[in-house]
Design a protein around this ligand. Structure first.
Ligand code: GLA
Length: 394
């Protein structure tokens, strides 16, 4: 749906639920897809995501009292969920409102106290739970709205990313890295963000895919255990780092070259944990190489590294599962596919593929049929475009 339509829907719903009077403002924040560099962002490595033109929209208005009232067009059956600035305890049963509330909590923690509550209606066109960061989009969206409504101009877009991550880690219990919030808050049209998560230095790299499309394929997998599995992977990397630190002076796995890892890996006693660390180290190296290849116009090489990334996530990091593996493996068999891999946290969610224009139709048919045959239900396909960061719409 177009931006205009999305804005009209979210504003119309706001009028219906909370009334049309007063200073109602509308905002947008994008979802993201990561091209390469998976599970490296909490290991001081590099990532290469881009913001999408799909994302989450909000209509918001300040209140005169301390209430916070939330409504999602994506979860209409939940109705209005009410909270208060005087009760910012994280409550698991508040569902999706943990995301905007966590952002308010993180603003206040940084001394930016809200002078009153607000009413908030959101509507997203990112498929929920697809691994395209609908949660980061809501966090950055809330940050954009709160900054604008309450005049916190000193908060930069990078701060919005850090606030989003803080709220996700410490309010919502998901120990994610910085990638998703950074990609959403700092996105730039037609560019990917080449981010060094060790120090947050970054560079925009134009994505010029002449005659090719970025296709996202959703596994539509129903049950996900992402949070607990994700946190377990992160702990394994931390344990491996602690073991390595007994033999080499490093602060993060992302500092190691392949040669150094091979030299010191014996310090990681558990073979399974050693494979996890291996992924973190080699995926970072792949990401550096992939960006270099892209800059040199070597798209084939970029695609090959995407495929290798998937194999490593499947065999070493163990975060793919039969659904994502089927999508990637079917894609690799199709003509005109430059590269294909899982994107995001894994355990379900989506793959990202770069496909030649003339091969797109066959890709959807062939991968779709192969997937349905093996998994028993259909996958969904989206041809996506790279968009900009968050903004006020009116
Ligand atoms: C999720 C997290 C990110 C990142 C990816 C894996 O999307 O939110 O921080 O760790 O998984 O690369």
């Amino acid at each position: 749906m177009s931006e205009k339509n999305m804005r009209e829907i979210v504003l119309g719903k706001f009028h219906e639920i909370f009334g049309p009077e007063g200073d109602i403002r509308t905002y947008f924040a994008p979802g993201r897809v990561n091209l390469i560099g998976e599970h490296t962002d909490y290991n001081g490595g590099h990532v290469f995501p881009c913001a999408l033109t799909v994302g989450t929209y909000a209509a918001a208005r300040k209140r005169t009292d301390r209430k916070l009232r939330f409504y999602s067009v994506n979860f209409e059956h939940l109705g209005v969920i009410e909270s208060s600035l005087d009760d910012m305890r994280p409550l698991a049963d508040k569902g999706w409102t943990g995301y905007p509330k966590g952002v308010v909590w993180a603003f206040e923690k940084r001394g930016m106290k809200l002078s009153s509550g607000f009413d908030f209606v959101v509507y997203g066109d990112i498929p929920n739970g697809s691994g395209l960061s609908s949660s980061a989009a809501i966090e950055v969206l809330t940050g954009e709205a709160v900054r604008d409504l309450y005049g916190f101009e000193n908060a930069t877009n990078q701060d919005l990313a850090l606030i989003g991550q803080d709220s996700e880690n410490n309010y919502n219990g998901m120990n994610c890295g910085i990638m998703d919030q950074f990609a959403s808050a700092m996105g730039k049209k037609d560019s990917a963000v080449f981010l060094n998560t060790a120090d947050l230095s970054f560079e925009y790299v134009p994505i010029v895919l002449e005659g090719k499309k970025i296709i996202i394929t959703n596994t539509n997998k129903k049950h996900k255990l992402t949070d607990s599995q994700y946190n377990a992977r992160r702990s394994a990397c931390e344990a491996a780092l602690a073991e390595l630190q007994t033999v080499v002076d490093i602060k993060a796995l992302g500092e190691l070259s392949a040669e150094e890892f091979e030299k010191y890996k014996g310090a990681i006693k558990d073979p399974d944990r050693q494979r996890k660390a291996k992924h973190a180290v080699y995926e970072n190296i792949r990401t550096l190489e992939a960006v270099k290849a892209l800059k040199a116009g070597e798209l084939e090489r970029f695609g090959k590294l995407m495929n290798e990334s998937h194999v490593s996530l499947r065999d070493d990091y163990d975060v793919t599962g039969i659904e994502l593996d089927t999508l990637a493996e079917e894609a690799w068999k199709c003509p005109g596919v430059i590269g294909s891999r899982m994107t995001g946290g894994g355990f379900g969610g989506c793959t990202v593929s770069i496909v030649e224009d003339g091969a797109v139709e066959n890709f959807m048919k062939q991968v779709g049929e192969g997937y349905r045959k093996r998994i028993g239900y259909p996958a969904s396909f989206y041809v996506v475009e790279i968009g900009g960061g968050p903004c006020r719409l009116d």
